[in-house]
Design a binder for this molecule. Structure first.
Ligand code: SAH
Ligand code: MG
Length: 197
């Protein structure tokens, strides 16, 4: 039987349901709206995303402007495949390139981006930040998600989560004390930082 092509809106709702059922941590609505607005207002042409999951945030960022191209990196094979499938279904495969690899292994020499969105393993944010800052265009920004980490109370979580919360706190200190970048942390969604040279 002939299948109707998806509209992006339908696909987005389907992905939200899939993420919920499969426990995939996709970005909160207010945070992605914030990023999409930034893309539109600042005429962003190129985005690097660390952590694609199933392609949800990448598809929405691509939808913010027909002029934006996105490279997004995912190390989990199942999620990578799901992201590619979703991006194809939205007809965005020409503008969204999904790279299947550990972001810390990827070589992006010679590529530069107007916006770098870090949304992968929270314990490694500083590593990602320091690795990819050379790929940021002069007036570009680096955005990091989940800096509030669901507002968990450090005294009421498991040891592993406590370590993670401490790492996020250390990353925030790294941002605050950074001589090269000025950072604002917004209490939007799960907490996002915006860093500018
Ligand atoms: N940006 C997505 C959500 C990403 S969830 C959205 O909002 O729709 C975080 C993802 O980062 C997970 O799928 C995880 O597999 C991936 N990840 C974690 N560490 C990574 C690494 N070092 N390199 C690439 N991907 C990584
Ligand atoms: Mg996130």
């Amino acid at each position: 039987k002939y299948k109707q092509p998806y509209t992006v809106k339908e696909k987005i709702h389907e992905m939200e349901r899939y993420a919920k059922t499969n426990n995939i941590p996709i970005i909160e609505v207010e945070s992605i709206k914030f990023i999409m607005k930034y893309i539109k207002l600042n005429n962003v042409k190129s985005v690097l995303e660390i952590g694609s999951a199933i392609g949800y945030s990448a598809i929405l960022m691509a939808n913010a402007s027909p002029d934006v191209e996105i490279t997004t990196i995912e190390k989990d094979e199942k999620r990578y495949r799901e992201a590619v499938k979703n991006i194809n279904k939205c007809g965005l495969d020409k503008r969204v390139d999904v790279v299947y690899n550990d972001a810390l292994e990827v070589n992006l020499a010679g590529h530069s981006y107007d916006l770098i969105f870090i949304d992968a393993a929270k314990a490694q944010y500083q590593k990602f930040f320091e690795k990819f800052k050379i790929n940021l265009n002069e007036n570009g920004i680096i955005v990091c998600d989940n800096l509030n980490f669901h507002n968990l109370n450090i005294n009421e979580v498991s040891r592993g989560t406590r370590q993670l919360l401490k790492k996020i706190e250390r990353f925030k200190e790294f941002l605050e004390n950074n001589d090269e970048f000025a950072t604002t942390i917004y209490n939007v969604g799960d907490g996002i930082s915006v860093s500018k040279r």
